[in-house]
Design a protein around this ligand. Structure first.
Ligand code: NAI
Ligand code: MG
Length: 364
């Protein structure tokens, strides 16, 4: 039996709600996604996994043995909520589950699309929907997050703490190439690479050289460079100049949170942890939000837009577009949760989205 994704006619989607509001928003997103799929001849099986704090506290399970192999061979995509719980102060389960999957599935692209769904959502003055529409590709497997380093004379006044910035030729090249290939396939016309090569003269000089090489293969695409400090300033001054941004793990983490705020904030920001052609993981950017968990007020939009990205990954771009249209319509109709200034509950917003998806004809 051939179980590779290409051959599977019924897609297999793993669902890991996790903790806190992940348990509230992910079931809603699944319900809406299933309604979208039901409009077509396509088929998907959803398999739920109860990994999170509750399970960890009960029997110590984080990422069970064999989980990674199972995802690789039996699944096309993973829809993930959030992990983190005050009852697990170390957040050990969270690190094992989420960081474990990112690393072991080699999900080297962290994609954070930023799209202003409605002009009312941006804190910037005089900006329209067309001004804020870009994607940040963050390198997701190395850099300063490799976990290489150490502490010497811990607790001593002479203590030394070292955290290594790991940049491999292969790692840098594949993320930069992904950004160019993405810009080409969507005819976006330009790619901006950001680093700090003026100060990080070893690690980021490699980014400079690789960027110079890869851009030659994409002569039709305008290739530009900004140091990270200039990039964040320019993102606030004039976000309309950007379409595709590619950067390292740390800078991407920070710049993408800033960018998310330009388009309405954490409650609506989605992300993808992607290995092209392989099982990939999609999640809202927000965490488990213990401060609002259990109150029924979490914004489900981040999770719904994450499932739209999951659709794109399965080559179901029409369904991804339908879900994005639904969210845009909900925001315009002021059917929003409190974080966006509305009064609706998680369930009410989800019901509205579900109805939109059900009654809207799929663009052909
Ligand atoms: P958070 O994203 O959970 O919450 C930050 C703030 O945004 C809170 O005030 C929260 O109420 C609000 N917020 C977040 N999502 C929202 C939504 N959908 N609707 C309305 N309001 C929303 O970040 P925080 O508080 O720093 O972390 C809480 C826990 O989540 C921690 O244990 C942390 O480690 C974990 N976490 C997990 C992530 C993941 O699984 N990918 C990502 C970020 C944090
Ligand atoms: Mg972050």
């Amino acid at each position: 039996m051939n179980t590779s994704a290409e051959w599977r006619t019924t897609k297999r989607i793993a669902v890991i709600p996790g903790d806190g509001i992940g348990l509230e928003v992910i079931p809603e997103a699944v319900r809406i996604l299933q309604a979208a799929i039901a409009k077509t001849e396509r088929k998907a099986d959803f398999v739920n996994f109860d990994w999170g704090a509750e399970r960890f506290l009960r029997d110590g399970t984080t990422l069970p043995a064999g989980a990674v192999e199972m995802f690789r061979s039996d699944f096309d995509a993973i829809l993930f909520g959030a992990v983190g719980d005050p009852r697990v102060p170390s957040n050990r389960h969270a690190a094992d589950i989420l960081l474990g999957l990112r690393a072991k599935l080699d999900l080297y692209v962290n994609a954070r699309p930023v799209e202003l769904l409605d002009a009312s959502l941006t804190p910037l003055r005089d900006r329209s929907e067309d001004d804020i529409r870009f994607v940040i590709f963050r390198e997701n497997t190395e850099g300063l997050y490799s976990g290489l380093g150490g502490q010497f004379r811990r607790g001593d006044p002479q203590e030394i703490a070292i955290q290594e910035d790991v940049n491999t030729r292969r790692g840098v090249e594949r993320i930069i190439r992904y950004a160019f290939a993405y810009a080409r396939s969507r005819q976006l016309g330009k790619v901006l690479m950001s680093d700090k090569s003026n100060a990080l003269t070893f690690g980021h000089e490699l980014w400079q050289r690789v960027f110079a090489e890869v851009r030659r293969e994409y002569p039709e695409i305008e290739a530009r460079h900004l140091y990270i400090d200039t990039l964040v300033a320019e993102l606030v001054r004039d976000p309309s100049q950007f379409r595709v941004i590619v950067t390292c793990n740390l800078f991407g983490d920070i710049a993408s949170d800033l960018a998310a705020q330009l388009a309405g904030g954490l409650g609506i920001a989605p992300s993808g942890n992607i290995h092209p052609g392989k099982v990939s993981l999609f999640e809202p950017v927000h965490g488990s939000a213990p401060n609002i968990a259990g109150k029924g007020i979490a914004n489900p939009v981040g999770a719904v837009l994450a499932s739209a990205m999951l659709c794109d990954h399965l080559d179901w771009g029409d369904l991804g577009d339908l879900l994005r249209d639904a969210v845009r319509a909900a925001v315009r109709a002021r059917q929003t949760t409190r974080d966006l200034g509305g009064t609706r509950s998680t369930r009410e917003v989800s019901d509205w989205l579900l109805e939109y998806v059900t009654k809207t004809r799929l663009a052909t």
